[in-house]
Design a protein around this ligand. Structure first.
Ligand code: ADP
Length: 580
């Protein structure tokens, strides 16, 4: 590529050459034309006067030569008298008798047609430039021609041309010198700007730009210096922030990985390096799968990218369990996203959870036999005739009731433990109406006792993809609560509808309802709104928790919509088999 200097200087040179050449050429042509026109005009006037004088002198035919001789015409003037047919009848210089026909001469031809004519050409006789002017007089039918040597005018023009060329050269030289200096000065400024801006680009902000000369140059200098200062401040801020983030990341106990949209590792913190056993250089630029060979982790990152939404999943790597949280972050490239994976080691929590589950399951299991025998013996004692006092009977009844409650709690705890243990359920397509019928039959007696009736609001063709017993259990729990906590002699409505790829079943009662804060905790184990009342009615506090787990096992969820004073609607969703 051409340098600024070469380009700018060449452009100046070209403009100068073209303008000087154009001015010079125009001056010479104008001058030449002016001199010729002036000369021609004067010579024509002279020819006209001569012709008028000749006619006034009433020269007899054949005496034309004598008349000319009388005039004593001398060089460089020459007069010729020509007849209309072009025959020369007199000439001040040559013998007319030997002169050829002049009818084809341009000045003669024009004079015969227009009254006057002129022409300039090199004479073969004198080898010089001659100007011919001719005037035709119709009364004498003669053409009078005057010719003069005008070579001196051409020589004058040539001389003038030479002088103009010399002056042009001089002007060109001075103009080039000025242009060279200006170009050089702008070139120096550009080089200074390039040097300072290059330093800034390298992160060196020591230099300041000083451009003297004209106002705009000073403004450019000021602007570049301001840009440098701002850049420096911004880079310092970014550096401080980066250092802080790096320090935070490296001091985090949770492994953190930053991946691009192809799952290539772009950054990784110390904890993640310790976890993988690689060095930073070994990890950087590698695909996630090359460094951590776990398909679940890879899938989580991919899903996170596909859905462009945060995702969390427990992933097992060796002996450790991690709660991995994936978040998408807009990448510098437009429309692209990167992923941040934060891995929280939950091995201890998992271990504790396992211990808790085992403990609850074992205790429940161990309690089952003694409780069954207590209930058995109490029932036997109560059936023994006439042995007990009223008080003893009352105590036996209390023992019986509480043992039964204990038995129910143990059963519910075991049900929960077995739900948590199940990895997958065997599901089948079952008509919803059959499941509801079964559940209703279990709650029928309790409902009748409280004057509660069930009503339906669903399409009878709805089919659920579910585990039969568990689904029945979930609906029994909802119906049982609706009967227990709803108002007496009221209706309980069972409705169902499709939503996306799942079916939602709801049980609505007309009870006291539940406040919003309590709704959030309702599905926790042993949570009860009114403990005393629940105990009195005979609840374990585990029913809704069991429904929640059943819903999760069906790829759905359980929730409540309730308005205090109006009633509650407890719902459970079941995902279609093809969408799990
Ligand atoms: P419980 O065996 O005590 O009924 P659940 O887990 O089934 O245990 O219910 C937890 C608590 O939620 C209950 O103690 C009750 O306070 C509240 N609850 C459940 N269903 C309803 C309902 N339909 N109306 C009002 N409160 C309800």
């Amino acid at each position: 590529m051409k340098s600024f200097f070469a380009r700018y200087f060449t452009a100046h040179l070209t403009i100068l050459l073209i303008s000087l050449f154009a001015v010079g050429l125009f001056s010479i042509i104008s001058m030449d034309q002016f001199l010729f026109d002036d000369n021609q005009e004067r010579q024509l006037l002279y020819t006209e006067t001569l012709a008028d004088m000749f006619i006034a002198a009433r020269v007899e035919a054949g005496m034309e030569q004598d008349y000319l001789d009388q005039l004593k015409v001398v060089d460089p003037l020459r007069i010729t008298i020509i007849k209309k047919d072009g025959t020369v009848i007199a000439d001040s210089e040559a013998d007319w008798r030997y002169m050829d026909n002049h009818s084809n001469r341009p000045e003669i031809m024009n004079a015969v047609v227009y009254g006057e004519g002129s022409s300039k050409r090199i004479s073969n006789t004198v080898h010089d430039s001659l100007l011919y002017t001719a005037v035709y007089k119709s009364e004498s039918e003669l053409t009078f021609r005057v010719s003069t040597v005008v070579g001196n005018i051409d020589r004058m023009v040539t001389q003038l041309t030479f002088r103009i060329a010399m002056i042009t050269m001089l002007v060109l030289l001075v103009a080039l010198l000025i242009s060279f200096r200006q170009t050089n000065s702008i070139n120096r400024m550009l080089k200074a700007i390039i040097s300072v801006v290059s330093d800034y680009a390298r992160g060196d902000f020591h230099q300041n730009l000083y451009l003297g000369g004209f106002r705009e140059a000073i403004e450019v200098g000021d602007a570049v210096n301001a840009m440098g200062r701002q850049l420096k401040e911004k880079i310092e801020t970014v550096t401080v922030q980066r250092n802080k983030s790096e320090a935070m990341l490296d001091n985090m106990v949770e492994p953190v990985l930053y991946l691009d949209n192809n799952l290539v590792i772009n950054d990784i913190n110390k904890a993640a390096l310790d976890m993988t056993g690689c060095t930073f250089a070994q990890c950087l630029g590698k695909n996630l799968l090359q460094i951590i060979r776990n398909m679940d982790l890879c899938r989580l990152a991919e899903e996170c990218l596909d859905n462009n939404a945060p995702m969390a999943q427990v992933i097992t790597l060796g002996n450790h369990h991690y709660m991995v949280q994936g978040t998408t972050i807009p990448a510098p490239e437009e429309g692209e996203f990167s992923i941040l994976l934060v891995m929280n080691d939950v091995s201890e929590i998992k271990q504790m959870e396992l211990l808790r589950k085992d403990f609850v399951a074992n205790v429940s299991h161990e309690l089952r036999t003694p409780i069954t025998s207590i209930i058995g013996f109490v029932e036997t004692l109560r059936m023994m005739p006439g042995n007990q006092s009223d008080q003893q009977n009352k105590f036996l009844e209390i023992i019986h009731k509480q043992s039964q409650r204990l038995g129910e709690i143990v059963n519910d705890l075991l049900a929960l433990a077995s739900l948590e243990d199940k990895h997958s359920l065997e599901k089948e397509a079952l008509p919803l109406k059959d499941i509801i019928k079964e559940a209703e039959s279990v709650c029928q007696m309790k409902a009748e006792a409280r004057g509660v009736s069930f009503e339906h609001d669903f399409d009878e063709d709805i089919v659920l993809c579910c585990h039969k017993n568990l689904t029945e259990q979930a609906l029994i729990n909802y119906l049982d609560n609706a009967v227990k906590y709803g108002r007496e002699n009221e209706k309980v409505t069972i409705s169902a509808h499709r939503e996306g790829n799942s079916t939602i079943v709801c049980v609505k009662d007309r009870g006291n309802g539940i406040s919003e804060e309590q709704q959030e905790r309702l599905f926790e184990r042993f949570y009860r709104v009114d403990k005393a009342r629940s105990r009195e009615i005979g609840g374990t506090g585990l029913g809704l928790s069991i429904v929640k787990h059943i819903a999760l096992k069906h790829g759905g969820r359980a929730w409540v919509d309730s308005t205090p004073g109006v009633g509650s609607s407890f719902c459970i969703s079941f995902a279609d088999c093809s969408h799990r």
